[in-house]
Write a protein of this length. Structure first.
Length: 406
């Protein structure tokens, strides 16, 4: 009897992990296609200006932000219903872009953004519901690897599609991923309804006062700002500056995400001890990659620059999350992560807008060059904060790996 229970438990566990991994891949791969292809559709088929492209993509991020905020405030029962509903609507949204015009595309990106805001946070939560810590961290590792793989496979598959089909039709080839999301959504596990919601009276300054939180924000900004500009405008620049066909434009993103994936694999294989050396290395590589983009005069050098910037993309999120987790006890991490998530969504909204506005007055190479002083400033801030970091984050406990130098 015990043997049958173990087999049943193992089968249930394998099914839960398979659902999480499949959903993660399907949602992120299809969403990445929207992030890289909708700008091309808007610019070259719907005749949007650079600023209008930025506004369009900012609308998608703003819609996701609103949905994520609603998702965090409703009951578990309502959250599950919204998750299933918007999983189905997300599948529908992937079909709509093929038939879009200058006006309707705004509604379609809004629907896709709202759907993403309700879907993705709940997949992340599902990956963290396993009671055993070792098992839970292995599931989280599988989740992050699926996330990285989806960012490689998405551009590669899209490039293959665009080599043989028009830009508008490419969305239809990724619509089956949305159908998979809708079909699996009722099977996703949700946490139990809490007996009583605990109100946290903490304020933002108390979170910002933690050095590890500030370093996490600096790290996130250094990798996310260039990545947002590359994803939104990098493909447009490649087509206009190097006359690359659509299939090659989308293929350029594959080396970027491949470098990001390999970097995360290395982090998984080698646990991080001292965090600050990794952060400084990540920021230094960002400076090198931005310089390569600014001086690129050939498509080959541009692709190399993309690959270099994929390394800080792979390092940035894990390093930021580790820095924050080491700086707060368990009961305070939710509040810290909420502020961190707010920063993430705000950046996704702001950078397309800032980039679109800046490109009205300057070129893409110059725009990337102008980001170098900002990255350098954040690097100097990190070096300055380094002296404040003790040998171990006292808030977490003596067993926690240190954030800063010995």
């Amino acid at each position: 009897m015990m043997g049958r229970e173990k087999v049943s438990s193992a089968a249930g566990l394998a099914q839960a992990v398979a659902i999480i991994v499949t959903l993660t891949f399907s949602v992120r791969a299809s969403n990445n296609v929207l992030q890289t292809t909708v700008p091309l559709l808007a610019k070259f088929d719907l005749t949007y200006t650079q600023l209008e492209v930025g506004l369009l993509m900012a609308t998608m991020s703003a819609s996701a932000l609103v949905a994520a905020l609603v998702n965090s405030r409703v009951s578990v029962t309502a959250r599950r219903r919204l998750f299933i509903l918007f999983s189905a609507l997300y599948a529908l949204s992937l079909f709509t872009f093929t038939f879009s015009n200058r006006v309707s595309v705004l509604a379609y990106v809004s629907l896709a953004g709202v759907s993403y805001g309700f879907i993705f946070p709940n997949i992340m939560t599902a990956a963290q519901l396993f009671p055993d810590q070792r098992l839970r961290e292995r599931v989280i590792a599988a989740y992050t690897l699926a996330l990285a793989i989806s960012l490689i496979a998405g551009p590669a598959l899209e490039s293959l599609v665009l080599a043989h089909f028009p830009l508008r039709l490419s969305f239809l080839f990724f619509a089956p991923l949305g159908i998979i999301v809708a079909a699996l959504s009722p099977l996703v596990r949700f946490p139990r309804e809490p007996g009583k919601r605990r109100e946290d009276g903490g304020k933002g300054p108390s979170v910002w006062s933690r050095v590890g939180f500030r370093v996490g924000i600096y790290t996130f900004l250094v990798y996310s700002a260039p990545a947002a500009l590359l994803l939104t405008f990098g493909g447009i620049f490649a087509k206009e500056a190097f006359h690359a066909p659509y299939w090659l434009v989308t293929l350029i993103f594959a080396p970027f995400f491949t470098a990001s994936f390999l970097t995360r694999v290395l982090l998984l294989a080698r646990p991080i001890g001292r965090l600050i050396p990794y952060v400084i290395t990540m920021m230094s590589i960002s400076l090198a990659g931005l310089t390569l983009v600014a001086i690129s005069r050939s498509l080959l050098l541009y692709v190399i620059a993309f690959s270099v910037l994929g390394v800080p993309h792979g390092l940035g999120m894990p390093l930021a999350m580790i820095s924050i987790s080491r700086s707060f006890p368990e009961e305070e991490r939710n509040r810290a992560n909420s502020y961190f998530t707010s920063t993430m969504m705000a950046m996704q909204i702001a950078m397309p807008l800032v980039g679109g506005l800046a490109l009205r007055y300057t070129g893409f190479r110059a725009l990337m060059l102008y980001t170098i002083p900002a990255v350098l400033f954040l690097l100097l801030l990190t070096l300055w904060e380094r002296a404040k970091l003790g040998p171990a984050p006292g808030a977490v406990g003596p067993r926690s790996p240190p954030v800063g130098p010995a």
